[in-house]
Design a protein around this ligand. Structure first.
Ligand code: CP
Length: 306
């Protein structure tokens, strides 16, 4: 087992075998998603930032495995709006729940919570930092559609500065020998720290400010991302870059047969709806894979063998 009852904060803490083990567990859950193996357990979902997929798939995962779910999707309805600290909130919820799934707008909040919590914390996204459960479902989707995680041409497109999903992905992909292309407007380039991380860990990458036919026709995976409006301090900059790259169906005519288009979702404008019926469009199935991966994560964090 990968987590063995521990928190999941960053994929930096997982070895290659741990990641592959979680993906193998997810595959078992895909074959049999409904099992009452968490009977008597309580899963808390604390979402200090909005979410559709992550919260609902974690809650569905818990429900399908027989656990009960408590929590909130709007921190304004909780005592944190009265000034209660994150530490006190975590201490209180850990009195009631066996595991806490938390999304927070502050980078490092999940790690801090794990340091004060007596029960495991699952990071469901902390600011622009990490989104490990999303990455595990992204890897699961790549493995399922390409049959491997090595020797892939993976093109990351859009907001590479604030997009926590692409940062998490690089952390996990240090274990595999695929090639990356970073396609972003200048204002939203992959941060220097992550480029240095790639260099240190032997992750091959190139960078471009153009998203063109040549790039599309030589990709196995195109990973589109939303421009993260909520993280901009200057909305004039957001207005300038918000529609920098839009993938349209006509741009896919020379794509590889095995190409899959991924997106963590939600999308705004970056994938035109005319792409949805293209066989390469995989983003809705990708989100469905999140259920199986999150079933595996919850069980592992509770040290319950599948
Ligand atoms: N991919 C993702 O994190 O989606 P939500 O913000 O809807 O949870």
């Amino acid at each position: 087992m990968a987590l063995q009852g521990r928190s999941l904060i960053s994929l930096e803490e997982l070895a290659k075998e741990d990641i592959l083990d979680l993906l193998a567990q997810a595959s078992k859950f895909e074959s049999e998603p409904n099992r009452k193996i968490l009977d008597g357990k309580v899963v808390a979902t604390l979402f200090f930032e909005p979410s559709t997929r992550t919260r609902l798939s974690f809650e569905t995962a818990a429900n399908r495995l027989g656990a009960r779910v408590i929590g909130f999707s709007d921190a304004a309805t909780t005592s944190s709006s009265k000034g209660e600290s994150l530490k006190d909130t975590i201490m209180m919820v850990s009195n009631y729940a066996d595991v806490i799934v938390m999304r927070h707008y502050l980078e490092g909040a999940a790690r801090y919570a794990s340091e004060v919590s007596p029960v495991p914390i699952i990071n469901a996204g902390d600011g622009a930092n990490q989104h490990p459960s999303q990455t595990l479902l992204d890897l699961y989707s790549m493995l399922k559609t390409q049959g491997r995680l090595d020797d892939l041409d993976i093109t990351l497109v859009g907001d590479l500065k604030y997009g926590r999903t692409v940062h998490s992905m690089l952390t996990a992909m240090r274990h595999f020998s695929s090639r990356f292309r970073f396609i972003a407007p200048r204002e939203l380039e992959m941060p220097q720290e992550y480029k240095e991380y790639c260099t240190e860990h032997g992750i091959v990458f190139t960078e471009s400010h153009e998203f063109n036919d040549e790039i599309i026709s030589t990709s196995d995976i195109i990973y589109m991302t939303r421009v993260q409006k909520e993280r901009f301090t200057d909305l004039m900059v957001y207005e300038k870059v918000k529609n920098a790259f839009i993938l349209r169906n006509q741009m896919l005519s020379n794509a590889r047969e095995n190409l899959k288009i991924l997106h963590p979702l939600p999308r705004v404008n970056e994938i035109d709806q005319d792409v949805d019926s293209n066989p390469a469009a995989y983003y809705f199935k990708q989100a469905k894979n999140g259920l199986y991966v999150r079933e595996a994560i919850i069980c592992d964090s509770l040290n319950i063998k599948v």
